[in-house]
Ligand binder design. Structure first.
Ligand code: HAM
Length: 423
């Protein structure tokens, strides 16, 4: 019996991991510059955290969660995103009382039961940023600037920011009525999801991708036209701060995003390099989320992007990343040579060199082929003569030059380091 990958789950093979590390390094570097500290959430949370936090009527909650009972019958869910966990962690550690302003970033796998396709998986990976504890528009703009700096640093071209404000919870009721009035005549011809959303949460209709529903959505009035004075002021401040930073944006009156916790600012960053694929990253403000999962009113703002998608964009654009070269390959002839190589490899690794040998006890020719495949910088062959004399030749693979050396760890480390093998 052989096992296949679970649908929508992927291995990330060693030859691709370089891309992931490149992105992770870039995120850590931008996080350092903006002073966001790393947080790591568990992968499993109580299901209620997501139903209450993300919203019962959202696609993520109704259709996409991996939910299962534990041994005691409690309902658990593989996290579909990180923001609800950020709100939960904030409360679990009493931060509202002790350290109410927090700026975090995270990296890790998320799970959504979606139809797998290019750049869309059931286990995918997000990098995300959450800032809790301030209503100030400067924080919205800092989070957007973080996203922009990250993408810019990775060399992504043609960045454009789609921006909208969907107002506070007070604005929501009146906007719902505006939307119901707009869709009233068309709703019977729209999809079954939209008909359900019409009663439950008409804002969600704006997120519908069905071709038959789109024309009605495109003429719908935007949320930003129906904001209270405070939300208008907040949105104006966000726009003017973006202007000050020179970050260009386009107002998209129908951008609402797929999760219910958003209030006021919502945004997505699009790259011309991404082509027709879905958005690279998205986020917004969520001033009611902490309260909806049992805490005091606490504002927050953040974004998350899909690492898998970013890897695809970079791979389509750039030449493969060169793996780090191996410092030294130790080839052997005969049993005594093999024993010596094994011991020497261990000493050299402890001293800091990257060293490989052939674990399959094959002939010299195959070992040399392996050394070439691994692009080793240096090669030493240890046979009977070398075992007896304790001396051999260190060959620099690129130039073919050979140096007589004593076969001790100290001499080899010094010679390889002098040749620039290990920095
Ligand atoms: P989201 O838009 O649902 O927002 O997901 C953010 C990003 O995750 C998307 O833009 C996309 O790049 C990636 N993504 C989502 N689903 C998949 C999938 N099935 N396969 C591959 N990539 C995917 C959130 O998750 C919010 N928590 C963002 C946020 C943080 N808002 C405030 N703070």
């Amino acid at each position: 019996m052989s096992f296949e990958l679970v649908r929508g789950m992927n291995d990330i093979l060693p030859e691709d991991v370089g891309w992931w590390r490149l992105i992770e390094r870039a995120i850590r570097d931008v996080a350092r510059r903006y002073n966001y500290r790393e947080i790591r959430f568990p992968i499993v949370e109580h299901t209620d955290l997501f139903t209450r936090g993300i919203g019962e009527g959202t696609e993520v909650v109704t259709k996409q969660m991996f939910t299962f009972p534990d041994q005691k019958g409690r309902s658990l869910t593989l996290r579909p995103e990180g923001t609800a966990s950020a709100a939960r962690a904030y409360l679990s550690h009493g931060l509202q009382a002790n350290a109410p302003f927090q700026k975090w970033f995270y990296l890790g796998p998320m799970f959504r039961y979606e139809k797998p396709q290019k750049g869309r998986h059931r286990q995918f990976h997000q990098y995300g940023v959450e800032a809790l504890g301030s209503l100030n528009p400067s924080l919205d703009v800092e989070v957007i600037a973080f996203a922009w700096t990250l993408m810019d640093g990775l060399g992504l071209g043609g960045l454009s920011l789609r921006l909208n404000s969907i107002g506070c919870s007070n604005d929501r009721d009146s906007y719902h009525e505006v939307l119901r009035a707009h869709f009233a005549d068309a709703i019977d011809s729209m999809c079954s999801d939209c008909r359900r959303r019409y009663d439950e949460n008409p804002l969600r209709i704006l997120d519908c991708k069905e071709a038959g529903c789109r024309p009605h959505i495109e003429t719908a009035p935007g949320a930003a036209e129906h904001l209270c004075d405070e939300c208008v002021e907040h949105f104006d401040d966000v726009k003017s701060l973006l202007d000050h930073l020179g970050l260009a944006y386009e107002i998209d009156p129908h951008l609402v995003r797929g999760l219910d916790y958003y209030t006021r600012t919502v945004f997505e960053l699009i790259s011309a390099d991404l082509g027709a694929q879905d958005s690279l990253l998205g986020g917004g403000r969520y001033d009611g989320l902490v309260e909806s999962v049992g805490g005091p009113p606490t504002p927050g703002v953040g974004f998350a992007g899909g690492t898998d998608r970013l890897v695809l964009v970079l791979q389509e654009r750039d030449a493969p990343i060169q793996p780090d070269r191996l410092d030294l390959f130790l080839a052997s002839i005969g049993d005594e040579g093999r024993r010596l190589v094994f011991e020497l490899a261990e000493q050299l690794r402890r001293a800091g060199l990257s060293v490989e040998l052939d674990h399959r006890a094959r002939g010299l020719r195959k070992q040399l082929t392996l050394a070439n495949q691994l692009e080793a910088r240096y090669l030493v062959v240890i046979g009977e003569d070398e075992s007896v004399s304790g001396a051999g030749k260190l060959k620099e693979m690129d130039s073919g030059e050979e140096l007589d050396v004593e076969l001790t760890a100290a001499t080899l480390v010094a010679a390889v380091k002098q040749g620039g093998g290990t920095k």
